[in-house]
Design a protein around this ligand. Sequence first.
Ligand SMILES: Cc1cc2nc3c(=O)[nH]c(=O)nc-3n(C[C@H](O)[C@H](O)[C@H](O)COP(=O)(O)O)c2cc1C
Length: 330
Amino acid sequence: VRASDHAGMDTNLSRTRFCQRFQLDVPIALAPMAYAAGGLLAAACARAGALGLVGGGYCELPWLQREYPIALEHGSPERIDRDASPLDWVLERRPRALMLSFGDPRPYGPRITASGASLVCQVQRLDQVPQALEAGAEVIVAQGTEGGGHSIDPVQGRSTLTLVPEMADWLAAHSPQTLLLAAGGVADGRTLAAALVLGADGALVGSRLWATRESLAAPAAKQHALGLGGDDTIRTPIFDALAGKAWPETFGYTRASRNALHRQWEGRYEDLRAAPAPARAEHDAGAKAGDYSRAFIAVGEAVGLIEDVPPAGELLARMAGEAKRLLGQP
Ligand SMILES: Cc1cc2nc3c(=O)[nH]c(=O)nc-3n(C[C@H](O)[C@H](O)[C@H](O)COP(=O)(O)O)c2cc1C
């Protein structure tokens, strides 16, 4: 069964299955970006008719305790293996949806679905889908390697343009009730329309919503990103080594700005890993000073499509309007 033959497929924005199931107007979910997708951004997305997901990334309970109530008031992990108490804290607050990325979701799926929350699982390959379904996923996010932030190693990674239609066809044949979101490269009306035409029910948007007024990213980082193109990003494990992050090897690849400090270590990853302290100190000093030749910015190739830092609601309306026009909808 091809997704395009499937009765559930509808590219009319507000009639997509994602909008209908989650009562949305715009088939977009805010990517739960660690330290950027805080309460205000999630709330702004929710008010604009999209799904606002707060980024619980490093499972720091105090961060969540601060940001999650802000989302509710204004509108809406690998670390989890070490400390699942933030998960319990969030589930007690009965979220509409909870997203897991980068690892086997099965140990946590039953707790999440039993709470009444919809489980959203971000995967990078078709062969991870059965595991996500077994965990109880109601929504699968297909993450291509164009995307910003962490993803799978380059040997296994896939690009959005082929991953999404292949996964849409697979789901149509094997689990037609499961929804599919495209992630990686969706940043304007064109790319949103493309995701729907490829068979997704909507898109998970990271980089583009990172560069909005409500995002918690540093204003100077957002301004710096306006001068970057997709060519200026790279996906390597060097960023984790510079930032002192210990991710599992498979998921320790980040797409971010390829700055001077990164270039200095290209081809010398093992040396960096063996003695990371001086480079880390340089990175940290850069982050403190807002010097983006030393501090990296986690953004995807879509950074080349970002030309301003608008309020999230304005951006979502713009993306939806442009996608509708391209799809020939009123
Ligand atoms: C700054 C930033 C931080 C991110 N942090 C997380 C995270 O904490 N958890 C997660 O599942 N994905 C995270 N992602 C990845 C997104 O979920 C998503 O796959 C990606 O942003 C999609 O590609 P795009 O950036 O082209 O929209 C992050 C992405 C960015 C840009």
